[in-house]
Design a protein around this ligand. Structure first.
Ligand code: ZN
Length: 189
């Protein structure tokens, strides 16, 4: 396997299949360049290729570990995290310390009904049903002090509909940024 790896100015590494098309506007704007063989280090690998199998297994510990590793190598961690989660096949939300959403992917927009622009103007409270709001602030403060949490919670969509979702959340995926992977809750037995 001698696929050429490329690196963006932000430090994102991708194989040719997962990098933007060579010469495209995105390729130019993001400053992609092939990594010369002599500059390859053991940690250089296409994260899309690495992440997808972990996502399919539901191994969010592995996904979070990989995202942490790549974010720690970038001077623009949030940009890199958002690039990586964009095409992952499940809803993912990224929030800052205050609970404002600063990242999400296509699946998250589809699930909640919010556009990208709308979701990035929302906070955790905006996606919480009014009845749960009294607890929300306390729970969020406890969450950001923890390593992470998983469980089932109620998500309020743009049209007011509520959904029960399972979340696997990890704090400080990059300093001050917290990520949640959303899946369908296991049916009650
Ligand atoms: Zn790849």
């Amino acid at each position: 396997m001698t696929d050429v790896l490329t690196r963006s100015r932000n430090g994102e590494v991708a194989c040719t299949a997962h990098a933007p098309p060579r010469g495209s506007l995105r390729w130019q704007v993001e400053g992609w360049q092939a990594i010369p063989a002599a500059d390859l280090t053991p940690g250089d690998e296409c994260l899309q290729c690495v992440l997808a199998p972990s996502v399919r297994r539901g191994d969010f510990d592995a996904v979070a570990a990989d995202l942490r590793r790549v974010a720690s190598r970038s001077h623009s961690p949030l940009t890199v995290i958002n690039q990586y989660i964009e095409s992952l096949p499940l809803p993912i939300l990224v929030a800052d310390q205050a609970g404002n959403y600063v990242g999400a992917n296509f699946e998250a927009y589809a699930l909640t009904g919010f556009s990208r622009k709308e979701l990035l103007n929302c906070s955790v409270a905006d996606l919480t049903p009014p009845a749960d709001l009294s607890d929300e602030e306390r729970l969020w403060k406890a969450f950001v002090r923890s390593d992470g949490q998983s469980g089932v919670y109620t998500l309020r969509c743009k049209d007011g509909r509520t959904l029960r979702v399972r979340y696997d959340a990890f704090t400080n995926i990059a300093d001050g940024f917290h990520i949640s992977f959303l899946t369908a809750p296991a049916p009650a037995s």
